[in-house]
Design a protein around this ligand. Structure first.
Ligand SMILES: NC(=O)c1ccc[n+]([C@@H]2O[C@H](COP(=O)([O-])OP(=O)(O)OC[C@H]3O[C@@H](n4cnc5c(N)ncnc54)[C@H](O)[C@@H]3O)[C@@H](O)[C@H]2O)c1
Length: 381
């Protein structure tokens, strides 16, 4: 290695993030030990100031098997979230349950004085989101919603571009994403457990990407459409899944936001095309194109482009993808939550913003059922 490389590598090393803690260990419980709990436990295990002391799951033996698989020693097991909250003195919980129990687990945890990291989507309905925020306010605890793409420097760049006025006044946004074929199974495809389908699984990411960038304006009206052709079809789904599929596998909506901004949205778990389109933000000075991915999970699919005029000439500025260095996005989501608890800070992904995300999803469902435009109604908090 050349001497110059050594010098540069020193800078690289210096960039590595150190986790500085005050030595105090936080006692953490995980509610729901399914698939996403695996990412939570791995992140917590990388945090020197966390002790995972309790695991709860409705399915007998699941939490015990989870502990064994991930080498969680000395923790206690519970058959549901409430028995865990009643028996333990916890600093925090991760709510990793399916969508239909997000609200009850979060509200019960907050009522027991426990800080909550709640997986996305926030919940299923607007009313549940409001109840969650009421419990949060009453408790004075930290509640953060688990949108790890928020910590992606490319996502942060979108927000910086919008906030810096590069696009001028924004008046129209097209967003969404999807997969040509990518319907999950397990608990994601039934109302009983998931409540909503593609809308809650991946639609919430698209909404967060653009709404966070423009400061989460209030949604006013929604014209929504949902369908379930692929999920219910024996041609595209396994019989054992098709017969229980009762959520959306595609949704589209036209949403009016405060500030006279139009949001044109579509999301698909399955369709006969590779992507329902890139995200495009139209401003009066310039437009931004954010390439979609073929497995929509809230990431930027490639270099973004700004379309603008320079002295009368139409030009395009391509923004290279920014590499995420140091801690991974999931670790950042967990760390920012822990730091907010320890430092008495605000939630990294606040419920006050995600309320609007949830209200849009819920009103798409409502509008689709009524087959007409609906006004977005959010009860007073
Ligand atoms: N952030 C991400 O990248 C990401 C990725 C995948 C899933 N998720 C979200 O995570 C959530 C869970 O998804 P999953 O794939 O892990 O689901 P899963 O079905 O694999 O696991 C959920 C578990 O929660 C348990 N559970 C439900 N209610 C409970 C209660 N009251 N008390 C205790 N346990 C309870 C169930 O028995 C089940 O084992 C979903 O809301 C999903 O949207 C987030």
């Amino acid at each position: 290695m050349a001497k110059g490389d050594d010098v540069l590598n020193q800078f690289e090393k210096a960039k590595k993030e150190e986790i500085r803690t005050d030595g105090r260990k936080l006692k953490v419980g995980i509610i729901g030990t399914g698939w996403i709990a695996e990412s939570h436990i791995q992140s917590y295990q990388r945090m020197p100031d966390v002790e995972v002391v309790a695991l709860a799951d409705l399915i007998p033996g699941k939490a015990e098997a989870f502990a064994k698989e991930w080498g969680v020693e000395g923790c206690r097991f519970y058959p549901d979230h409430l028995s865990m909250l009643e028996a333990e003195e916890l600093d925090a919980v991760s709510v990793c349950t399916y969508n239909m129990t997000h609200a009850v687990c979060t509200i019960d945890a907050l009522n027991h004085g426990v800080n909550v990291l709640l997986e996305k989507p926030m919940c299923v309905t607007t009313e549940e989101a409001v109840e969650i925020i009421r419990a949060e306010k009453k408790s004075g605890k930290v509640l953060s919603i688990g949108f790890q793409p928020r910590f992606d420097p490319n996502m942060q760049q979108i927000k910086k571009i919008c906030e810096a006025g590069v696009l001028g006044e924004i008046y129209y946004i097209q967003t969404g994403g999807g997969r040509r074929r990518g319907i999950p199974n397990s608990t994601f495809i039934e109302k009983r457990t998931a409540g909503i389908g593609a809308l809650g699984d991946i639609g919430c990411y698209s909404l967060d990407m653009v709404l966070n960038a423009i400061g989460y304006p209030k949604p006013l009206t929604v014209t929504g459409y949902t369908s379930d052709f692929f999920g219910k079809s024996l041609e595209y789904s396994l019989p054992e899944n098709a017969c229980r599929f009762d959520v959306d596998d595609f949704a589209a909506a036209f949403i009016r936001l405060e500030g006279d901004i139009i949001l044109d949205f579509r999301v698909a778990w399955a369709m006969h095309v590779d992507t329902p389109g890139d995200t495009i933000i139209f401003g009066k000075k310039a437009a931004l194109r954010i390439p979609s991915t073929d497995c929509w999970n809230g990431t930027v699919g490639g270099p973004m482009t700004i379309y603008h005029d320079v002295a009368g000439q139409r030009v395009e500025t391509v923004l290279p993808i920014i590499e995420n260095r140091g801690m991974g996005l999931f670790d950042r989501k967990i760390r920012s939550f822990l730091d907010a608890i320890k430092n008495g800070g605000t939630a990294p992904v606040p419920s006050s913003q995600i309320l609007y995300n949830q209200a849009i999803i819920d009103h798409i469902v409502k509008s689709a059922a009524l087959k007409k435009e609906v006004e977005v109604v959010i009860p007073e908090i």
